[in-house]
Write a protein that binds this ligand. Structure first.
Ligand code: FE2
Ligand code: FE2
Length: 147
């Protein structure tokens, strides 16, 4: 994949993930308001969201991490890969909370909201990184093409 394809792929995934995050957020709010069906749906959608997120991270590890290494250096790439490892642990944590029938719904919903906020910030940050990477490659097209 060339850098512009990687950017497109990441942005496409993010758009899709943002739609899913909004859906999960709305279910979480309804569950928090006491809707029992919303809690069941939240479990299903949360599960599905985490699966999509994992696939997204796999794709980014494969394509985005090397691109960042090329444009921002080894340390930035190492940091992104480390964040992805932490995020995978976070997915397991959030899923275990969602599946825990004993846990008060209000607490689960707060954790879900914090999780959603974090993922949105993360996507915003990655998109800024992509802009920086695009700008660098525009200035140094020969180096960028050697990927
Ligand atoms: Fe990422
Ligand atoms: Fe991402």
């Amino acid at each position: 994949m060339d850098p512009s394809e990687i950017r497109e792929r990441v942005l496409d995934d993010h758009e899709n993930l943002r739609t899913r995050l909004a859906m999960v957020e709305s279910l979480s709010q309804r569950a928090d308001d006491g809707e029992v069906y919303a809690l069941d749906q939240l479990r299903d959608r949360g599960d599905e969201l985490c699966r999509k997120l994992r696939r997204h991270l796999d794709m980014e590890d494969l394509h985005l991490v090397p691109l960042i290494q090329e444009t921002r250096g080894r340390e930035a790439a190492r940091q992104l890969a480390a964040e992805h490892r932490e995020q995978r642990l976070l997915f397991d944590f959030v899923l275990s909370r969602l599946r825990d029938a004993e846990r008060p719904t209000r607490l689960v919903c707060r954790e879900i909201q914090a999780f959603i906020d974090l993922l949105r910030d993360d996507m915003d940050m990655e998109e800024e990184e992509l802009l920086v990477a695009a700008e660098r490659q525009r200035r140094r097209p020969d180096e960028g093409a050697s990927a």
